[in-house]
Design a protein around this ligand. Structure first.
Ligand code: SOE
Length: 392
């Protein structure tokens, strides 16, 4: 049996929301896509012994509580990191040093310094290292990228990106690791603003060169977490804990190619559950996308006859659209979990030799980290906020 014939043996590190959805993706990918390789889930890692029951329910043959015991094991080929950001670098470095392929959840790290160490380790490893910016695997966004790449939008002038959620809008929503700077690195900015940054740079094939930013924390303390239900969990009755990260981020950005970007990210936009939106305007047309309608892409062509101009709504559910053909009959549509399945498909293809499929690389993800750092630096430097001068 050659290496390529042998099953790819998987360890997922982290058993929260992301660990669960990655688990699902590893199981589903080989059922719908020809991966050229069998997948063998070996072990799920969580921090608490009581996670064993849920791991079994998810179909894992084994559960462990210390990632250090797992990432060097000879029966593991891929280490899939789904932990909070403060552990990404340590786990990835250990896994790469042990020759494992690595998939690491976004944002790549909690600082540029950590991200750079991960990039260096990936560069000297012979295995594949990829960061999980899952929205790149949305068929509609992949279709938008193809339109932009073929020049259908002409010269790109505007990028308008909003990522709006509301799971923190209740001031009594509990404190979780996502609200702790030590663990998460930043708040809304790194959690969901990072997606918008990655999506914008990837869609345009262009780099953000400078930013001017404001960050806001609207609720500065929260009750401790008592139990897990949904993203926010259930609040307990103990002393309130300090929120050490941003609740919302807003920034303008310039792109190397001349486009102007306006970005907004918040987890406090009441009524907006997962509105990851982006609109791009070019000299020949525009595209607009909202993840709450993820199977649709709006497309405007400036050369349509003047009496028939307007945004057309493309159903990105047809066999000719990226990823869509592997699923259901035309028109039937996909959901959030499919992005993660597509991500696994691309990772396995990269491991099989199609190296371009492993995107974003750690280097590209470190570039997003640099934009996050610039946004934080700009926001910390209040001098960039020019006061409005009023009379009286
Ligand atoms: C929480 O805001 C979160 O789960 C993010 O961490 C994910 O990256 C995003 O896809 C959905 O929302």
């Amino acid at each position: 049996m050659t290496m390529q014939d042998a099953p790819l043996r998987i360890a997922v590190i982290g058993n929260g929301f992301m660990g669960r959805i990655h688990t699902q993706a590893w199981r589903t990918a080989p059922r719908f896509f020809d991966l050229g390789r069998e997948i063998e889930p070996i072990v799920l890692v969580g921090r608490r012994p009581e996670g064993a029951t849920a791991a079994r329910d998810l179909g894992w043959p084994e559960y462990a509580t210390d990632w250090r015991d797992v990432v060097t094991r000879p029966d593991i080929d891929v280490v899939d990191i789904c932990t909070p950001g403060d552990t990404h670098a340590e786990i990835a470095l250990a896994a790469l040093a042990a020759g494992k392929h690595v998939l690491c959840e976004k944002p790549l790290a909690n600082s540029v310094e950590e991200a750079d160490r991960m990039v260096a380790a990936a560069a000297s490893a012979s295995s594949v290292a990829m960061c999980g910016f899952s929205y790149r695997r949305t068929p509609a966004l992949a279709a938008a990228r193809a339109l932009i790449a073929e020049g259908a939008l002409g010269e790109i002038r505007h990028v308008r990106a909003q990522y709006l959620q509301d799971w923190l809008s209740d001031p009594d929503a509990p404190h979780t690791w996502r609200l702790d700077r030590e663990r998460a690195g930043s708040g809304t900015l790194g959690d969901i603003g990072a997606h918008s940054i990655d999506t914008a740079q990837w869609l345009l094939g262009d780099d953000i060169t400078a930013v001017s930013a404001v960050l806001r924390t609207f609720v500065s303390t929260r009750p401790p977490l008592a139990g897990q239900a949904g993203l926010g969990g259930v609040g307990g009755s103990g002393d309130r804990l300090p929120v050490t990260v941003d609740d919302a981020a807003a920034f303008t950005a310039t792109f190397a190619g001349g486009a102007l970007g306006v970005f907004e990210a918040t987890r406090m936009a009441t009524g907006r559950r997962n509105a990851n939106r982006i609109e791009i305007n070019g000299s020949l047309g525009s595209v607009a996308f909202d993840f709450e309608r993820m199977n649709e892409l709006e497309y405007y062509r400036a050369d349509d006859p003047s009496g028939a101009q307007g945004f057309r709504r493309i159903q990105v559910t047809e066999p000719e659209h990226p990823y869509a053909g592997a699923w259901w009959p035309a028109g039937h549509g996909l959901g959030y979990e499919h992005l993660f399945t597509h991500q696994i498909v691309d990772l396995v293809r990269a491991i099989g030799g199609d190296l371009d499929a492993a995107a974003p690389s750690f280097a590209e993800a470190a570039d997003v980290q640099r934009v996050l750092a610039a946004v934080a630096e700009s926001a910390a430097n209040e001098a960039v906020m020019t006061p409005v001068r009023r009379v009286g």
